[in-house]
Write a protein that binds this ligand. Structure first.
Ligand SMILES: NC(=O)c1ccc[n+]([C@@H]2O[C@H](COP(=O)([O-])OP(=O)(O)OC[C@H]3O[C@@H](n4cnc5c(N)ncnc54)[C@H](OP(=O)(O)O)[C@@H]3O)[C@@H](O)[C@H]2O)c1
Length: 339
């Protein structure tokens, strides 16, 4: 083990598009854990669109990253030196950590909760996407707010992304007819052929209103929104009576605010509801959801795809790539393997 520890700090607050010069790479000595502390070696970082909101302060459920501080990410790490009785050398743990190769913790993560032990029943990448925040967002957003019934027509935007790919698959498990949107033909083919969606619209090249009318002549029962903007407006125009619109995310407006939807009156005309959620509010039910989704995964009903960028040095580019549609499935950054 060398004595050097690299960290990506936030160098400036993004004011529009996320640019790589918002980060700066610094090099320091690897810290020594004091009594009660553990030294962690980061193995994987999760890439999440909401990290932009942690930088510019728009995601106000989280203390924003300050200039000069390590960028925050959901991470899986290995304990390399422990002076804390709760953790022993070699343990694999997860939590909100900093974008560093090595990270010092007093046993808590950056949200203040204890570092969680990672069980090892599924590969680490699966435990970070399908069976973690993005998978649980799909699960609770669709089942708790969307309330799917067999035969419902479900529309999912961002269908080839981490949340959308799982939301559509759970809707299929619930017996629904599912259509998605994605930004390339390759993504649409994957969503249909591998994940079992009934159809998928390339929102960059196809006419969404026409495609939705053809797919759902009597209207959409559930719209699971990951992107906001024009696609949300198009979905509102095609709602069925009693439809449920689930606001999970609005990535089209994260870098540059989008005009509000012009079809809001459709909620009244269709006696529809629109509801948003932040998945951490369901934390007390994560274990139950994880057990159920784990069974679906083990039986092949639910597929997981990870889009893994190699190398700590590529973290800024990997995060930026979410906003240009580089990823298919759950984007992670791989830093090291467990020893
Ligand atoms: N409410 C919650 O608690 C919660 C939790 C997790 C995530 N979320 C939200 O859920 C959404 C999906 O997150 P994720 O982690 O699964 O990310 P993701 O979908 O894996 O990655 C982002 C994707 O968004 C698409 N995209 C980028 N710019 C776009 C635009 N202008 N219009 C339409 N699509 C665009 C890209 O795919 P294309 O190639 O298809 O454009 C890109 O691959 C995000 O909005 C995120 O903030 C919410």
């Amino acid at each position: 083990m060398t004595n050097s520890n690299r960290t990506w700090i936030m160098a400036k607050v993004p004011t529009g598009a996320l640019e790589e010069d918002c980060f700066e790479l610094i090099e320091q000595d690897i810290p020594k854990p004091k009594e009660g502390e553990v030294l962690l070696r980061n193995l994987y970082f999760s890439c999440d669109p909401t990290q932009l909101g942690w930088m510019n302060g728009s995601a106000d459920y989280m203390e924003p990253v300050k200039i000069g501080q390590a960028m925050k990410a959901s991470a899986v790490a290995q304990v390399v030196e422990s002076n804390n009785p709760q953790y022993k050398n070699g343990d694999i743990v997860s939590g909100l950590l900093g974008w560093s190769e090595y990270w010092l913790s007093d046993g808590r993560d950056l949200m203040g909760g204890p570092l969680s032990h990672v069980g090892g029943q599924v590969p680490i990448p699966v435990s970070m996407g399908l069976l973690h925040i993005t998978g649980f967002s799909a699960y609770f957003g669709l089942l708790d707010l969307g309330k799917p019934l067999p035969g419902d027509t479900v529309f999912v935007s961002g269908a080839a992304g981490a949340v959308g790919s799982v939301a559509g698959q759970i809707a299929k498990i619930a017996g629904c007819k599912v259509i998605g949107t994605a930004g390339t033909d390759e993504k649409c083919t994957w969503v249909k052929d591998e994940l079992g969606f009934d159809d998928c619209i390339n929102y960059k090249t196809e006419n969404i209103p026409q495609r939705l009318k053809a797919f759902a002549p009597t209207g959409i029962d559930i719209y699971f929104d990951n992107v906001g903007g024009q696609i949300l407006d198009d979905a509102l125009a095609q709602l069925a009576n009693g439809a449920r619109v689930v606001l999970c995310g609005g990535i089209s407006g994260y870098e540059k605010p989008q005009p509000g939807p012009s079809n809001m009156m459709m909620l009244a005309l269709r006696r529809a509801t629109i509801s948003g959620f932040i998945v951490i509010d369901y934390m007390s039910q994560f274990a139950t959801a994880g057990a159920r989704m784990g069974e679906w995964y083990a039986s092949g009903k639910l597929k997981s795809k990870e889009d893994i960028v190699e190398g700590f040095e590529n973290a800024p580019a990997a995060l930026k790539g979410l906003f240009t549609g580089d990823n298919m499935g759950k984007r992670l950054i791989h830093i090291a393997d467990p020893q």
